[in-house]
Ligand binder design. Structure first.
Ligand SMILES: O=C(O)CCC(=O)C(=O)O
Length: 283
């Protein structure tokens, strides 16, 4: 699906966008699924416990179908090969005129995945314009590297650790990664990105799907769950998750609880590991 030039651009810059994926009826199905989900929660996703932002494909068949969408997987395969796992997927929602934002960060920081081949497909369920606080990215100029972060627990952060890069970044080179509803962008795990508050009068809804090649492994002590979405599990480094038995099915919800717990355990361990790794280096 991707041209050779696009793959080369991804290798140099660390991002690509936008790519159409969902038909109007598929987009409507996802948005209807979101509405049923928030009815079930009894509140908006952002008001609920953070566990409900993560790995919803474990108990939401419509989201399981989205993470297995052919168009998304065809692009991802061109970047990471034919054996593909979903490591997690996250609801990134900004209510209309809300302060929710993301500070400059790199996804690799607290994931603990090796090698650094994780790619995020960020699928827009509503228009992610600059005004609505779409992601902004800075090219890696062919030399991506892990930067020092601080888990500051920033208020209104869309990210769990409220983390921010603790090194200078030339934000004047940032590119607004605008993505229309039903389309997606791609960014590499070391791509530096952020997003501003939503200044528009519509809700910005995105789902960040974290794809890894099956040979990736976790460097910490936690063995996590993952969903095989294409090819074979050549690495055997994760416990594989089945498709959900049904929407909000009890067995699927129990599996989600376990998978989310492991995700949090690994994340917490990686925050400590990152701080240890950078402690010896001058700030
Ligand atoms: O949705 C956003 O504004 C930020 C998303 C993000 O940080 C990510 O997809 O890695």
């Amino acid at each position: 699906m991707l041209s050779r030039q696009q793959v080369e651009r991804y290798r140099r810059d660390g991002y690509l966008f936008p790519f159409p994926a969902l038909s109007p009826s598929e987009l409507a199905e996802c948005n209807e699924g979101m509405a049923r989900y928030e009815t079930w929660l009894g509140m908006r996703v952002n008001e609920a416990d953070r566990r409900w932002r993560s790995a919803g494909y474990v108990f939401l068949p419509w989201l399981d179908a989205l993470v297995r969408h052919e168009r998304v997987l065809d692009a991802v395969e061109d970047l990471i090969g034919p054996d593909i796992l979903v490591y997690t997927a996250t609801f990134f929602i900004k209510e209309a005129s809300s302060p929710t934002f993301a500070a400059w960060h790199q996804d690799a920081t607290y994931f603990g995945l090796s090698p650094h081949e994780h790619v995020t497909a960020w699928v827009a369920l509503s228009d992610a314009t600059a005004e609505a606080g779409c992601m902004e990215v800075v090219s890696s100029q062919g030399g991506p590297r892990q930067m020092r972060h601080a888990a500051l627990g920033l208020a209104h952060s869309i990210n769990g650790g409220g983390q921010a890069i603790a090194e200078p970044i030339d934000g004047s080179r940032a590119v607004a990664m605008e993505v229309p509803a039903g389309s997606f962008s791609l960014h590499h795990t070391l791509c530096r990105h952020r997003s501003a508050p939503n200044r528009s009068n519509h809700r910005r809804v995105g789902i960040g799907i974290s794809y890894i090649p099956a040979h990736c492994r976790l460097v910490g002590s936690v063995r996590m769950c993952a969903r095989l979405v294409r090819g074979r599990d050549t690495g055997g480094n994760f416990d594989l998750l089945p498709s959900p038995e049904g929407e909000f099915h009890r067995a699927a919800l129990e599996r989600h609880e376990r998978a989310y717990g492991l995700y949090r355990d690994n994340y917490a361990e990686q925050i400590t590991a990152h701080e240890r790794e950078f402690a010896s280096q001058p700030a």
